[in-house]
Design a protein. Structure first.
Lengths: 116, 112
């Protein structure tokens, strides 16, 4: 399995500001993802973070609002830009491992964001 | 794209009873079906998965069955315990994208 850490674990922000969330994995992984989980809801994929190229965004999510970086195979950041209260949610980093645990997907602990 | 339906949304059982959660999917190309357990305030954790070349898989008190013809799969938990209380998510993915589509989740409550 992969050990995934996220920073910050939680934050309270003012509307109009931006927050960058960091995701660190203890091993090199090919695929990293960012999800959003609103209270009591399922997991919604925001984008796939591609190493060395632009992220691939899902329908309803755009780069200007959720810029993503992936400088190497163990680290990624997600920025939530120009925040509004509707952005209040839990943001989860996720990775797919390869090898014996091929196709297995693991999640980070999440970042709980509250926008006032 | 893939669409995953999950039922029920809430399931309440007595300790020791069995619990069954059912999911259906729409894309016949899907071939990997993981189940995740998410306790309150924690991250989703993979508890069991099944691939399309098998019909059933067991791991102690939990089992998953897959019917590819009918495009449905189920999670079975026997001898439920209070610590099984959590939200369970099913998912389906295929070889092309390897990106799972998640169901809406089932809140399982096990009463002692």
């Amino acid at each position: 399995s992969a050990v995934i850490s996220q920073k910050p674990s939680r934050d309270i922000c003012q509307r109009g500001t931006s927050l960058t969330i960091q995701c660190q994995v203890d091993s090199q992984v090919t695929m990293m993802f960012w999800y959003r989980q609103q209270p009591g809801q399922s997991l919604t994929l925001i984008a796939t973070a591609n190493q060395g190229s632009e992220a691939t965004y899902e329908s309803g999510f755009v780069i200007d609002k959720f810029p993503i970086s992936r400088p190497n195979l163990t680290f990624s950041t997600l920025t939530v830009s120009n925040m509004s209260p509707e952005d209040s949610s839990i943001y989860l980093c996720s990775v797919r491992t390869s090898g014996r645990a091929k196709d297995t997907q693991y999640f980070g602990p999440g970042t709980r964001l509250t926008v006032l | 794209g893939e669409n995953v339906e999950q039922h029920p949304s809430t399931l309440s059982v007595q300790e020791g009873d069995s619990a069954v959660i059912k999911c259906t999917y729409s894309d016949s190309a899907s071939n990997y079906f993981p189940w995740y357990k998410q306790e309150l305030g924690k991250r989703p954790q993979l508890i069991i998965d099944i691939r399309s070349n098998v019909g059933e898989k067991k791991d102690q008190r939990i089992a998953v069955t897959l019917n590819k013809t009918a495009k449905h799969f189920s999670l079975h938990i026997t001898e439920t315990q209070p610590e099984d209380s959590a939200v369970y998510f099913c998912a389906a993915s295929d070889r092309r994208s390897y990106i799972p589509t998640f169901g809406r989740g089932t809140s399982l409550i096990v009463h002692p």
